[in-house]
Design a protein around this ligand. Structure first.
Ligand SMILES: C[S@@+](CC[C@H](N)C(=O)[O-])C[C@H]1O[C@@H](n2cnc3c(N)ncnc32)[C@H](O)[C@@H]1O
Length: 229
């Protein structure tokens, strides 16, 4: 991956509404550039992360049912997603499955080179999305957005830390966690658990922002009115 290739991708992606930060987009782009084969993205919304992944030259299967929910959905979300992809020139690199991730998993039958999980954020849905890791070859990577900034996803991370047999925590960029499909050692599990103070800090900031205490949030190093991601 060249720095220029990422800069070009981000030029498009940054104009698309979403929660992925530039640093996180850089990681996604680098991982997608290194992946040999299909990239699966769970949760696409308007295509901010889809554009980043597809700009890395890989084929992306983007999965999102685009429900009419209060937070993400509108009746025209799928159309806006397609328009954003076309503007970025990546339409031909993306296959959209407009169904839920578990429906898609039920009909899936092939190797996945890289998995990106950013779907529904409750613990049950997140753990269900992580079942997609069964299609990753040994040593392949997967990423989870909001791993330490959303209660449901963080609970899923706790379940992984204690029970997963093939999820080795590598590190995080903000709350984007990177894992390898390998047996974790005790140290890997401990490093994942050691991110909990970061989660507590993020949750505290969210409460402060909702309470309009932005100045106090700044004392915790958060110089933004948007939530920490
Ligand atoms: C946080 S947004 C994704 C943001 C996107 N990755 C970006 O970069 O802007 C979560 C998305 O998950 C989708 N979603 C909800 N339930 C889902 C499910 N069962 N399977 C896949 N995606 C789902 C929502 O429609 C929403 O678009």
């Amino acid at each position: 991956m060249t720095a220029q290739a990422f800069a070009d991708a981000w030029e498009h992606a940054r104009t698309i509404d979403g929660w992925l930060t530039e640093d996180q987009a850089r990681v996604l782009h680098a991982e997608a550039s290194a992946a040999e084969g299909t990239v699966v993205e769970i949760g696409s919304h308007l295509g901010r992360s889809t554009v980043v992944l597809a700009s890395a030259g890989t084929h992306v299967v983007a999965i999102d049912p685009f429900p009419d929910s209060w937070r993400y959905g509108r009746s025209d979300t799928a159309d806006r997603f397609r328009t954003n992809l076309a503007r970025a020139g990546v339409t031909d690199s993306v296959t959209l499955l407009q169904i839920s991730s578990h429906e898609a998993l039920a009909g899936w039958g092939g190797r996945v080179a890289l998995l990106y999980v950013d779907g529904k954020h409750d613990v049950v849905s997140c753990l269900r999305d992580l079942r997609w890791t069964r299609w990753l070859p040994s040593g392949a990577r997967f990423l989870v957005h909001d791993a330490f900034s959303s209660v449901g996803v963080t609970l899923a991370m706790l379940v992984i830390a204690f029970t997963a047999r093939h999820s080795r925590y590598i590190g995080r960029t903000g709350s984007l966690a990177l894992f390898e499909n390998e047996a974790p050692g005790l140290g890997d599990r401990a490093r994942l658990l050691a991110q909990l103070p970061w989660f507590v800090r993020n949750l505290t900031i969210k409460v402060l922002l909702r309470s309009r205490l932005t100045l106090v949030a700044r004392l915790l190093g958060h110089d933004d009115t948007a939530d920490p991601y």
